[in-house]
Design a protein around this ligand. Structure first.
Ligand code: PEP
Length: 249
């Protein structure tokens, strides 16, 4: 299975940030191509420009959220169809920041993921436990419930990616130990075989949470880790290229 390393720029980046995407594209072209898919997910206003900037280069473009409906009276929202129309090929749904800041529940995330599939986009479905849930020994229960509740109907390896992102590891500099990552990813793989028989072996499960050049190689080598979702370290081409180094052979 070809891994995916996706950068989530979150609410960062004015048009000048596109220079980092160009440096990333140049850096990728300069050496042996990485044996993984590479994606950047900028804020909505930069998507069109980024699609233009990386045209013909080996970088995919995704968004960070979408509405479940195709169109309508939803002021301020953006539909999956609109994202596909401007050249995005994927959308992150259910990021923990959206679950926390916008009260998104598993059912909302599932509806958004299904909207992504309807529009021909790849849905990157995020799940992950909080520090309190981990301390209470609830990690597998919580992530298993989120996976079952958020997985879109019709999920296949071609249209859906799971991102396991422990909430306490996002943007904190803390990373889960390789043993903890191995336990959760193996568990998610087993749950996928129940929830999506036939696709379970091929669906990519990314790890996210303070992935950096210094820890990427170790984390990406954990069984059932099929790439990474990267926040802070995706904003600088040099850092992102450092993470991708592990996939250059
Ligand atoms: C994220 O935003 O999905 C993320 C993992 O952020 P960071 O890499 O900064 O922890």
């Amino acid at each position: 299975m070809r891994p995916l390393v996706a950068g989530n720029w979150k609410m960062n980046g004015l048009t000048a940030q596109l220079a980092e995407a160009m440096m990333l594209a140049d850096g990728l072209a300069a050496g042996t191509p990485p044996v993984c898919d590479v994606m950047l997910c900028p804020p909505f206003p930069l998507i069109s420009a980024l699609v233009h900037v990386v045209k013909g280069r080996s970088i995919l473009v995704g968004a960070q959220d979408c509405h479940a409906k195709a169109s309508g009276a939803q002021t301020g929202d953006v539909s999956a169809e609109m994202l596909a129309d401007i050249g995005a090929s994927a959308v992150i749904v259910g990021h923990s920041e959206r679950r926390a800041d916008h009260g998104e529940r598993d059912s909302d995330v599932k509806a958004k993921a299904e909207a992504a599939l309807r529009a021909g986009l790849t849905a990157i479905v995020c799940i992950g436990e909080t520090a309190g849930q981990r301390a209470a020994g609830l990690t597998l229960e919580v992530t298993g419930r989120q996976l079952a509740g958020s997985l879109p109907k019709g999920a296949t390896a071609a249209n859906t990616v799971i991102a396991y992102e422990p909430v306490w590891a996002i943007g904190t500099g803390l990373t889960a130990s390789t043993a903890d990552v191995a336990e959760v990813h193996a568990f998610l793989r087993r749950r996928l075989s129940e929830l999506s028989p036939g696709n379970s072996d091929k669906l990519r499960i990314l790890y996210g949470g303070s992935v950096k050049p210094a820890n990427a190689k170790e984390l990406m080598a954990v069984p059932h880790v099929n790439g990474a979702l990267v926040g802070g370290a995706s904003l600088k081409a040099a850092d992102f290229l450092g993470i991708l180094l592990g996939y250059r052979i």
